[in-house]
Write a protein that binds this ligand. Structure first.
Ligand SMILES: [Fe+2]
Length: 141
C-alpha cells in the first residue's frame, strides 16, 4: 500500500469513529427487551415507548410509505440530552428492512421507509430508549 493510500485510509477510519460516537455510549444504560404487562391497559410509560406503525399509499414502484412514531395515543417519547430513543428498527416478517440511529435533543423517535409490502404479512418495529429498554409493536397487513 502506498503511503498516500495509508493516509487516506487512516483519515476515513477517524471519520467513521467520529460519526459512530456522536453521543456518549455510556448514556445507554438499559438494553432489556421489555413487555407490555397488560396489553388491554398499557401504562403511560409503556405507551410512550411503544412504536406506532402506519402504512401509507403504494408508489409507482410498488413500495409503501411505512412510518414509525415512538409513542402511542399521542404520548410522544421525549428527546432530552440524557433520555431519548437512540435507535428504531423496522422488520418485515421478522427480517430487518430499515433502521435509524437518532441523536438526543436534535431528533426524536421517528422512522420512515419505503417498503415493498406485497408479500409481507407482519410489520414490526423496535424502539430503543437509553433509559427504559426496548419496546416492540407489530401490525398485521
Ligand atoms: Fe424512555
Amino acid at each position: 500500500m502506498k503511503r498516500r493510500d495509508a493516509i487516506k485510509l487512516a483519515a476515513l477510519a477517524a471519520l467513521a469513529t467520529t460519526y459512530a460516537s456522536a453521543y456518549d455510549e455510556k448514556l445507554i444504560v438499559n438494553k432489556k427487551k421489555m413487555q407490555i404487562k397488560d396489553s388491554a391497559n398499557p401504562t403511560e410509560l409503556e405507551l410512550k415507548h411503544s412504536p406506532e406503525i402506519k402504512v401509507g399509499v403504494v408508489d409507482a414502484k410498488g413500495y409503501s410509505l411505512v412510518e414509525v412514531n415512538i409513542g402511542q395515543k399521542g404520548i410522544i417519547h421525549p428527546s432530552d440530552d440524557k433520555h431519548w430513543i437512540y435507535e428504531i428498527e423496522l422488520l418485515a416478517d421478522a427480517k430487518k428492512v430499515a433502521s435509524v440511529s437518532l441523536e438526543p435533543t436534535i431528533s426524536r423517535g421517528y422512522l420512515a421507509a419505503r417498503v415493498n409490502t406485497k408479500d409481507v404479512k407482519v410489520l414490526s418495529a423496535i424502539s430503543k430508549c437509553n433509559l427504559h429498554g426496548e419496546y416492540s409493536a407489530s401490525i398485521t397487513l
